[in-house]
Design a protein around this ligand. Structure first.
Ligand code: FHN
Length: 455
């Protein structure tokens, strides 16, 4: 029932979001305060990242060569010249792409927002860009605006649409494209190599592209930048871009890669004045909670882009526990899918999404709108909390049937979340609170004990 209520609230928030877009066109949109603006995102907790582009045809393979790491880096890692690489956007024709089906899969997994790569480092744009011919409408036989289809499908299904945009562009001659075709790989990977024309790329190409995405596809939940590390890009540009975005859509959330403050993969900002609304740990989860907004992005195998040779899939159990771990530390989880060149999600990803959906459907109350636990991390799992309730997420079910809670948790009532009729006995000692739980774990992955707190 509570999950149902929560879903209704999320749909209402999404509708509110849609209705503000009409107001926005009249340019009298109500500017929300920072906390109001962040509210839906803080409650949402779980989103889908989608890395999709011409690299999804390549799959990280060229002849006998296999790209190390992410297959979305194929152009760089497999030594394509611009001319060779352009053949892929020219054959991009994902006839099996079905925006509604993608959104349904995200929704059924319990995800509340989707972040799609509108343009990755390869430079190929997935919408009809007026400042470029290197896009899905002009270059590819597909001739369908992917950003339009996915943003509309999201709105229909009450999922918040967001886009990723790479500052790096290996194709554009005023960005990193000037290093091709005779580039030297070590130089290309050297972030200190600067193109003197980059400021013009920024003003006349990158900013207009970001503007198009903000003006033509309704409300955008988050603008997710990447490629902030290159020396061409400056903190002045970052601050200008943040302002530019907020002038078009005042309530949009922007990640911290819009500026230059990010400290590597750890993802949080260094000391200083930097633009951006949340930190972006990549492929890692901080050891402890962090007292500011953050979102951990992660792959299901080792690659962001489609890579059939990568079989190192994280188990569904691991992914569910990662979601819980992140929420218990006050973060959001942005979990990646790399669809193939036809527009299909890999079957391994679908299986994991389904498993996560089964779990979130039953246990979502302990995730959505929950905040970081103020208690020390227990050995058996994690805590989350919300509205006077602590949720004990048990990864390792106690063999003796006694769950040991931190002694400062003042229990009023304890139940198994998925079985509200249970009324578990508990007793406080000087060192801990013991809850008498069933002998068998109610859930094979993570079982949740709901603890209502005494005032
Ligand atoms: O280089 C990219 C990578 O391909 C991927 O897009 C990830 C997602 O966060 N970001 C970059 C590296 O930080």
């Amino acid at each position: 029932m509570k999950i149902l209520k929560k879903s209704i609230i999320v749909v209402l928030i999404a509708l509110l979001h849609v209705s503000t877009s009409f107001a926005q066109k009249k340019s009298n949109v109500k500017k929300l305060s920072h906390d109001e603006r962040m509210e839906w995102w803080r409650d949402a907790k779980f989103g889908m990242f989608i890395h999709w582009g011409a690299y999804s045809i390549i799959g990280g393979e060229r002849g006998t060569k296999i790209a190390g790491g992410g297959a979305e880096w194929a152009m760089d890692k497999l030594d394509y010249t611009i001319e060779d690489y352009e053949k892929y956007p020219e054959m991009f024709n994902p006839q099996l792409f079905d925006a509604d089906a993608w959104v349904t899969m995200a929704k059924n997994a319990g995800m509340k927002y989707i972040v799609l790569t509108s343009k990755h480092h390869e430079g190929f744009a997935l919408w009809d860009s007026k400042v470029s011919d290197y896009d899905v409408m002009d270059t590819s036989p597909f001739k369908r605006d992917i950003i339009k289809e996915l943003s509309e499908a999201c709105k229909k299904q009450g999922i918040i649409f967001c886009f990723y945009y790479s500052i790096v562009d290996w194709h554009h001659p005023q960005a990193q494209g000037n290093l091709y075709p005779n580039y030297n790989i070590s130089q290309h990977d050297d972030p200190s190599v600067v193109n003197p024309e980059f400021p013009e790329y920024y003003e006349k190409y990158m900013k207009p592209q970001v503007g198009e995405l903000l003006k033509n596809y309704g409300d955008i939940g988050v603008v997710w930048f990447d490629g902030d590390w290159i020396s061409d890009y400056t903190t002045e540009m970052g601050k200008d871009l943040y302002k530019f975005i907020r002038e078009i859509q005042p309530n949009t959330i922007v990640n911290n890669r819009v500026d230059k403050g990010r400290m590597g993969m750890e993802g949080m900002d260094a000391e200083g004045e930097f633009a951006g609304d949340f930190g972006t740990p990549e492929q890692e989860i901080p050891d402890t909670g962090i007292d500011s907004d953050w979102e951990a992005c992660m792959t299901m195998n080792g690659s962001w882009g489609y890579k059939p040779s990568d079989h190192k899939w994280k188990s569904s159990e691991d992914l569910i526990q990662k979601l819980v771990d992140i929420v218990s530390k006050g973060g959001n989880f942005l979990l990646n899918i790399g669809p193939d060149g036809f527009g299909r999600f890999p079957s391994e990803s679908i299986r994991r999404l389904n498993a996560m959906g089964e779990w979130t459907k039953k246990n979502g109350e302990a995730i959505y709108g929950a905040s970081a636990s103020p208690y020390e991390k227990p050995k058996w799992g994690r805590y989350t909390q919300k509205d006077g309730v602590v949720y004990a997420h048990v990864f390792d079910w106690p063999k003796d049937g006694l769950l040991k809670l931190n002694k400062n948790i003042k229990v009023k009532k304890a139940t198994v979340l998925t079985d509200p009729k249970t009324n578990l006995e508990f007793i406080g000692t000087s060192r801990e609170v013991l809850v008498d739980v069933p002998q068998l774990a109610p859930d094979a992955t993570v079982s949740v004990i709901k603890i209502e707190l005494a005032k």
